[in-house]
Design a protein around this ligand. Structure first.
Ligand code: FAD
Length: 349
């Protein structure tokens, strides 16, 4: 990756394709006759540098489990491309079980004309295995990653791989590949579920930065007061990396509850809890055969209210000066488009 930031900053320009054309010199003393150089240099600004100038918009996709899902994905990406996202990331199954599909999705993103960012975890990954996969990503033209530890597999107490933490992965990637990858890392505004304290988790984040990470992608956080406290604390701790905030559109009760509680222990603020209660699907949103008389109406009303809630959340994050809005697109484009259009994310710059 060529970082043209400093060059263009000095020149007062944005990133662009530069054409250098020189035809002839007649300067005295130069013993060069006639020559012609036509070089085309593609200068790409790092995402973390771009974030310093404006709030970036990006999306997250996951590799579909079915062939049909894979076939539909390019169409979804085309719709999302209307918003000119700075990048689209793709999740990675812990243990690398879906690495093939992940690479395929990264290619779709690249073909659509934006930067693919692959998530990558150390779970069940040896050093050699990690190097092999990262070499392959580079060969595919994928040089942006979200470096993660991943969740410890059920029934295990370790990562079952050569590295224990995301900090180790960041160091390994920097030591092995220098600046070839731009590296994002996870940040947890409420503290990672297994951390000893918020302070120790912030120290880990600082270590990620010291090991060479470029920017932060955050875990879900609906508690805006906690987010603001965390933002303040990490800055005081010397973390200067831009913050790209992960936002899950609130569209479905079961998915929202599951995302908050199944692994992450996220607090739901009063407004969101009330929404869930107001449109509660009986006997519960996880039941495969709900007996709720107003099932379809409630689903629709919840989604409508959830979209409005998500838009207000985006407003709050922007008011806190975050450097990026990273929408979990959930491989859907219609609801996500409504959120972007109504929030003014692409028009309020
Ligand atoms: P780490 O930063 O390594 O932290 C894990 C825990 O260990 C924390 O409690 C931390 O405080 C502690 N810790 C870290 N370093 C040390 C140390 N040196 N000494 C002592 N304690 C330490 N998972 C997937 O499987 N696939 C995905 O695609 C995926 N995408 C994600 C995207 C985002 C934006 C986020 C926020 C998370 C994603 N996850 C994904 C989930 C993530 O893998 C889990 O949250 C995982 O449990 C922790 O990963 P981490 O990189 O935050 O771990």
């Amino acid at each position: 990756m060529v970082d043209g930031t400093s060059y263009f900053k000095k020149a007062g320009l944005g990133p662009r394709v530069l054409q250098i054309g020189t035809n002839r010199t007649s300067e005295p003393g130069l013993r060069i006759g006639i020559y012609h150089i036509k070089a085309e240099v593609k200068l790409i600004m790092k995402l973390s540098e771009e974030m310093k100038n404006k709030t970036l918009l990006s999306f997250e996709l996951f590799p579909p489990k079915t062939e049909k899902g894979l076939q539909n994905l390019p169409g979804t990406i085309d719709h999302l491309m209307k918003y000119n996202p700075s990048y689209i990331s793709c999740t990675y199954g812990a243990g690398g079980g879906n690495v093939g599909a992940n690479r395929e999705v990264c290619q779709m993103i690249k073909n659509a004309g934006t930067t693919p960012v692959t998530h990558f975890t150390v779970i069940k990954n040896t050093k050699e295995g990690i190097k092999e996969q990262l070499d392959q990503y580079l060969a595919d033209g994928v040089d942006h990653m979200l470096a993660l530890r991943g969740d410890i597999p059920l029934g295990e107490t370790t990562t079952c791989g050569d590295f224990d933490y995301a900090t180790d992965l960041v160091k390994f990637v920097r030591d092995t590949y220098g600046d070839k990858f731009e590296i994002a890392v996870a940040g947890s505004p409420e503290g990672h579920i297994s951390c000893r304290s918020l302070e120790s988790d912030i120290a880990v984040l600082k270590q990620k930065q010291d090991n060479g990470a470029d920017y932060i992608m955050t875990q879900l956080c609906w508690d805006m007061e906690q987010f603001a406290r965390w933002q303040d604390k990490i800055r005081k701790a010397g973390v200067t990396m831009p913050i790209d905030v992960g936002i899950m559109p609130i569209l479905d009760q079961a998915a929202t509850i599951s995302m908050a509680l199944s692994r992450n222990g996220c607090v739901m603020d009063r407004e969101l809890s009330r929404l869930i209660s107001k449109y509660w699907i009986f006997p519960n949103p996880f039941d495969k055969a709900p007996f709720d008389d107003n099932l379809e109406q409630k689903k629709e009303d919840f989604k409508k209210a959830g979209i409005e809630y998500t838009i207000r959340q985006i407003d709050k994050y922007r008011a806190l000066g975050v450097e990026g809005i990273h929408l979990y697109a959930l491989n859907k484009w219609k609801d996500v488009s409504e959120i972007i259009d109504r929030s003014g994310l692409c028009t309020l710059v």
